[in-house]
Ligand binder design. Structure first.
Ligand SMILES: O=c1[nH]c(=O)c2[nH]c(=O)[nH]c2[nH]1
Length: 298
């Protein structure tokens, strides 16, 4: 039977890395998880077990740790540094994908003052980036995940088709809640202030979720993506994955009580999952298939 090796990559997954900038009395903390993947001419190890072209995953981990010695900086820059190092240093490694998620820490406030070196974890929200370098070209797809939001009114859902299996009541006032996963592809990989861009995109997502009167989570998804593209010219396209965190009105009638939108059951499963892309008409862009390949949750 004829066969050959198809697309493949390998690396070290979920390297946990915490750095402390202790140059002054006020320490700065960075907490990231890095996954490295290398691609290239790797037929030999797969077909014969000859490892002459294999940069060990242990070496990838060590390199990541060593590169953090003088600080990680912006996760996008750190990922680009690593990807360019691996592709530039080994002839048979022609591509690299670095995934980084950054976990937030807040300073503990003591008597109203932020403490110099004590922190509390910021919760489930993470800032993410996926940097791909392939044959000298680079793509940056950054994002946010675990951004959990809820609005207690300003959401309706009605007008959907009814068949013999439809039981859902139409509503003109419901809770809308989701945990936003967003990933956006930057049109360029240089000259961007990554943090400023991230903060502005996050703000646009939140403000639109809050202010857009919702007739469906799909409509809200599109409006959130549109707001980001309108506000940020550096973003070529954005993808959103929005689990509909259903809040069901509890039937209090067995207790002789009405329930005018006061008491809800927050179901965790199953959940609706609304996903979509918003892109510019004139965006021909780079190779999105490549840049999105193997991203978790898509
Ligand atoms: O915003 C929504 N979109 C749907 O597609 C859907 N389906 C459903 O049961 N509830 C909802 N809500």
């Amino acid at each position: 039977m004829g066969m050959s090796l198809g697309p493949n990559q390998y690396g070290k997954a979920e390297i946990r890395l915490v750095t402390v900038d202790r140059q002054g009395p006020v320490h700065h903390l960075k907490d990231v998880t890095v996954s490295t993947s290398l691609r290239g001419h790797l037929e030999r190890t797969h077909l014969t077990g000859d490892n002459a072209d294999v940069v060990a995953t242990d070496t990838q981990k060590n390199t990541t740790q060593a590169f953090a010695r003088d600080g990680i900086g912006e996760i996008e820059d750190f990922a680009l540094r690593l990807a360019e190092h691996f592709t530039g240093s080994f002839e048979h490694i022609t591509g690299a994908r670095m995934l980084i998620s950054e976990h937030g820490w807040n300073r503990i406030t003591v008597g109203g003052t932020p403490h110099d070196h004590a922190f509390s974890r910021a919760g489930d929200e993470e800032r993410t980036t996926a940097v791909t370098v392939q044959d000298g070209q680079a793509w940056v797809v950054s994002g946010v995940t675990g951004l959990t939001v809820l609005k207690s009114t300003g959401s309706e859902f009605h007008g959907f088709p009814r068949d013999r299996y439809t039981t859902l009541a139409e509503t003109d006032d419901r809770i809308l809640a989701t945990a936003v996963t967003a990933r956006w592809r930057y049109a360029s990989t240089t000259g961007i202030n990554w943090s400023e861009s991230y903060d502005a995109i996050r703000r646009a997502l939140l403000e639109t979720f809050a202010t857009k009167h919702s007739l469906s989570l799909q409509q809200t998804l599109y409006a959130m993506g549109e707001a980001v593209l309108e506000a940020r010219p550096e973003v070529a396209e954005i993808r959103l994955s929005l689990p509909n965190k259903h809040h069901f009105l509890v039937d209090l009638s067995p207790f002789g009580l009405d329930n005018p939108g006061e008491v809800f059951y927050a179901a965790d499963r199953p959940y609706g999952l609304i996903e979509g892309t918003v892109r510019r008409d004139d965006e021909t862009g780079s190779d999105p298939g490549l840049a999105w390949y193997s991203l978790p949750e898509f």
